[in-house]
Write a new protein. Structure first.
Length: 230
């Protein structure tokens, strides 16, 4: 693009206003965990062809992260809350926002009542929203009511990012790039598919100990995955 000045698009203006308001509102803190995805990588490789053939939907790593987040939120529901004055409002439903990057900006469609869905149901809902985002077929309702957000800066190769919370939520999960790294296993060294996960949280509501407990729970789920995916 040549040098010069161009006006922001309406979408860019809304993103800018929302991000600045969030930074001015929430006491942002971030915690980073490294996760070994060996078990999930092997399971996805084994099942992805059947998923497309039998269920007509793709099986991606995002589905595992989303399902693990739902399980972890059940254990630590404060991560799925909001603030109303001096009150903490715990949300009954887990409405999972999944950030999707478009050329004109970032949009976050929402999987409603994610806690009621099976793994397959969650996968289908995420894939459907992503497709309708790219084809510009989302409704207003599709982008409202989120209670927890997942964003994936690692899709472009970044190790991890420190995402900004989407108001009025109190936490956001950032997924880093998945890459093979040498890691110490016992007294030996092995090459494993590793990933950094980052939880951005509002320290007005969530203390560091709770944030780390939430992330440790997610890490255990992902590394020792034994949930059905069909």
């Amino acid at each position: 693009m040549p040098a010069g000045s161009v006006p922001m698009t309406p979408m860019r203006i809304k993103i800018a206003e929302h991000m600045v308001r969030s930074k001015a509102t929430s006491a942002h803190v971030h915690t980073v965990f490294e996760v070994d995805l060996s078990k999930i990588t092997a399971l996805r490789e084994k099942e992805k062809d059947d998923y497309e053939r039998v269920y007509n939907t793709k099986l991606t790593f995002t589905h595992f992260f989303a399902a693990a987040a739902v399980h972890a939120i059940r254990e630590y529901p404060i991560v799925n809350s909001s603030i109303d004055g001096t009150n903490i409002v715990y949300k009954k439903e887990i409405n999972l926002g999944i950030a999707v990057a478009l050329p004109e900006g970032l949009i976050v469609p929402v999987v409603k009542k994610a806690e009621e869905k099976s793994f397959l149901g969650l996968a289908r809902a995420i894939n459907d929203l992503a497709e309708r985002t790219r084809t510009k077929k989302l409704t207003v309702d599709d982008i409202q009511g989120g209670t927890f957000t997942i964003t994936n800066p690692g899709i472009y190769g970044g190790l991890f990012g420190t995402p900004i919370i989407s108001q009025p939520q109190v936490a956001i999960l950032g997924i880093g790039g998945i890459e093979k790294r040498a890691v110490v296993i016992g007294d030996g060294i092995a090459v494993r598919p590793m990933c950094y996960l980052v939880l951005g949280f509002d320290h007005r509501t969530i203390d560091g100990a709770v944030a780390d407990q939430f992330m440790a729970y997610m890490k255990k789920l992902l590394q020792e995955w034994n949930e059905p995916i069909k």
